[in-house]
Design a protein around this ligand. Structure first.
Ligand code: HGY
Ligand code: MN
Ligand code: MN
Length: 435
């Protein structure tokens, strides 16, 4: 989206902004113009010529984006720190120190050639909520923590570290930026040898809420303003290695080949058939492929694929994977190749908390917005935090359902609406006993 469009759209956000000053909490509104301007400024860090951003976790652009976010946190009168896992924490004191904090947050790292809204809307929206509280001198009973988690796109390693720590194997994983998670955490100011100090237990947070773009097309397609997330899918990923026999592409007869690429092609078609022929909302993707040696005139001897399955139920993922593995054995027999599977990532599906769903739904309707309850097909930090606290998620529409793309776009008025729902849902939660 070009800058002019950004500017024209910013003015539409202005109309939704009430100016700060003494007012009843019901009349409080975020500053939509400021929030959308901040999103535009953040988009500069890691921007791509074709639009969108590659702000890969632990990259120089990520570091710049984090420094910008910390500047915004300070302007919002938050007390800024970086935990040992490298997560950014902005804290606002509450009136009752006996209560654990309420947390809002998301991420600002992106996929390669991603968009300017995935994670950014929730991270900067949370800071905008804090700034609105500060400039209207609104003190909550609970302390407020705004958390910008590191490396959400690489497998929610920041939020996972906060609830469960990271194993040596996880620290050794190489991320899209080329750094290992261990080196990346050091690069952004964490300390991978003291991760235990970043750990939170159940009870350390009263609740966690995340504002996020839907990344799918349901809200936009049905012209719904706000999504109330019922649950977040579990994601399982495997590295699949197919081994055949590299040989001369000219002199090897077609019936004497052990072609790893042909086996890979059959496998990819089989994954799609198995996933689509099973009832339910699961999804399956082969998103990465590497052929070796990768020359026109050599029959590929080895292919490495990236397989991913998602569903709200782990049992569904596991049964699909068993069917896929059985089919791979069949393909191996027919093509004279072998298949090996190495699981590289799993997380648990996470239902959101019914009390938070009700608060979000009622708040959005009181603000005059239409709502729909729906699952999240994307993974989020909220599903990690669900291990230690009640969580809720607020979705806003993604235009044409596009995400993880330079064409990802959410309208400034939807962003402002989402932040106002976040603000008022937070104030409602603040009055509740969530234990
Ligand atoms: O991949 C996902 O679902 C998320 O955007 N990280
Ligand atoms: Mn995200
Ligand atoms: Mn994403």
């Amino acid at each position: 989206m070009n800058r002019r469009m950004f500017n024209v759209n910013l003015l539409s956000a202005l109309a939704l902004t009430a100016l700060p000053g003494a007012q009843s909490s019901a009349a409080l509104r975020v500053n939509g113009l400021r929030l959308n301007t901040h999103l535009q400024e953040l988009s500069a860090f890691g921007s791509n010529p074709q639009g969108g951003v590659s702000r890969l976790a632990f990259s120089a652009a990520d570091l710049q984006g984090r420094q910008y976010a910390m500047k915004l946190m300070r302007e919002a009168q938050l007390e800024v720190s970086i935990d040992r896992a490298g997560n950014l924490i902005g804290r606002r004191a509450g009136g009752d120190t006996r209560l654990p904090p309420l947390a809002l947050g998301s991420h600002i790292d992106s996929v390669p050639e991603g968009g300017n809204y995935d994670g950014d809307v929730g991270a900067l929206g949370a800071i905008e909520v804090a700034q609105t509280l500060a400039e209207t001198h609104t003190t909550l009973r609970h302390a407020l923590e705004v958390i910008i988690f590191q490396d959400e796109e690489g497998g929610t390693s920041g939020s996972h570290a906060l609830v469960a720590g990271l194993t040596d194997a996880q620290l050794k994983l190489t991320t899209n930026s080329g750094k290992t998670v261990r080196d990346g955490i050091k690069f952004i100011g964490g300390d991978p040898d003291k991760l235990s100090q970043a750990l939170r237990q159940r009870g350390d947070l009263a609740a966690y809420m995340e504002l996020h773009i839907e990344q799918g097309g349901i809200l936009y397609g049905e012209k719904i303003d706000i999504g109330v997330v019922e649950g977040i899918v579990g994601i399982h990923q495997w590295e699949v290695t197919i081994t055949g026999f590299a040989n001369h592409a000219g002199t090897t007869p077609m019936n004497q080949r052990r072609d790893a690429m042909l086996a890979a092609a059959k496998f990819i078609v089989a994954v799609n058939r198995i996933v689509t022929s099973t009832a339910g909302r699961q999804v399956g993707t082969v998103g990465k492929l590497q052929a070796q040696p990768g020359a026109y005139n050599v029959i590929p001897g080895k292919v490495v694929l990236g397989l991913e399955l998602r569903d709200l139920a782990t049992a569904k993922i596991q049964s699909l994977f068993q069917t896929i593995q059985a089919e791979a054995e069949q393909i191996a027999k027919e093509s004279g190749t072998t298949f090996s599977f190495q699981q590289t990532f799993t997380n648990l599906p996470a239902p959101t908390d019914l009390r938070l769903r009700k608060v979000i739904d009622a708040t959005a309707q009181q603000l005059g917005f239409t709502t729909k309850t729906l699952p999240s097909g994307a993974g989020h930090d909220a599903q990690e935090i669900a291990a230690i606290a009640p969580v809720g998620m607020i979705f806003i529409p993604s235009v044409d359902g596009i995400s993880h793309s330079p064409r990802e776009f959410s309208r400034p008025e939807d962003i402002t609406n989402g932040a106002n729902v976040l603000l008022h849902a937070l104030m409602k939660l603040d009055g509740m006993d969530l234990r």
